[in-house]
Design a protein around this ligand. Structure first.
Ligand code: URA
Length: 236
């Protein structure tokens, strides 16, 4: 859902199927409340999250929702799919149809996936200029060497998109495992970066986005709503 800003008079005219003149009358008579306050100004800008009451009836009560899901392998990061179960199928919230995914994971990647109906929040998390880190634990087929650290930090040129990847931090955890921090999300980025070393990725798991870590109490396939604190403090 987009944050959808619009003018109050346009919204009411459309919603009630009345003329703008009649809207002015309604406002003058104090029949409209925006976020609990009597609205008088036809130019008032509302968003899709403004609470609008007309003549005592709630006509828009959209509240933002923020969900953390522990995505399993084999479930697709999409809202609809002909072949596979989708991440939406795993959710059990009445508002789940309103949600969109904040930064997809591949079919065979597990871990932290965020869903929301607040597009301003999701844009802020996905725009590379905001440098919100996405942290992954990667298991590889072949042994790692220190050469990987510099190659990831220097960026790699992807001819197909004609881009060089932004500096990424690689930390070697063990012979076959590394932690990788990205600030962008290119198509199959991690697999393609290890592909440069002809080192296939055997398992990929996202453990954190910004300051938000995947809740380790959350079993694979389960989800929960974020706390207000998590929503506001996710940026690095
Ligand atoms: N990089 C990948 O290759 N796949 C993902 O799912 C995420 C990052």
């Amino acid at each position: 859902m987009s944050l959808g800003k619009s003018r109050l008079d346009r919204f009411i005219a459309m919603h009630c199927q009345i003329s703008r003149r009649d809207v002015r009358l309604m406002l003058a008579q104090g029949q409209v409340l925006v976020d609990g306050v009597i609205a008088r100004d036809i130019d008032e800008i509302i968003t899709s999250f403004s609470n609008i009451v007309i003549d005592g009836q709630i006509v828009q009560a959209n509240t933002p929702h923020y969900i953390m899901l522990h995505k399993p392998i084999g479930v697709v990061s999409a809202t609809k799919d002909e072949q596979h179960k989708t991440v939406i199928d795993l959710l059990d919230y009445t508002f789940k149809a309103q949600l969109h995914i904040v930064g997809r994971l591949d079919l065979n990647t597990s871990g932290l996936l965020l869903l929301t109906n607040d597009s301003r929040w999701s844009e802020q998390l996905t725009q590379p200029m905001n440098k919100v880190t996405k942290r992954y634990v990667v298991t590889l087929e072949n042994k790692l060497t220190d050469d990987y650290i510099d190659a990831f930090a220097n960026g790699m040129y992807f001819e197909y998109e004609d881009i060089t990847t932004k500096p990424a931090k690689l930390t070697i955890i063990s012979e076959y495992q590394a932690e990788v921090e990205l600030i962008e999300g290119r198509y199959h980025q991690i697999k393609r970066m290890f592909g440069r070393f002809r080192n296939p990725v055997m398992a990929l798991h996202r453990s954190a986005i910004g300051k938000l870590q995947l809740d380790n109490e959350l079993a694979v396939g389960l989800s929960r709503q974020l706390t207000d604190n998590e929503v506001s403090n996710i940026n690095n």
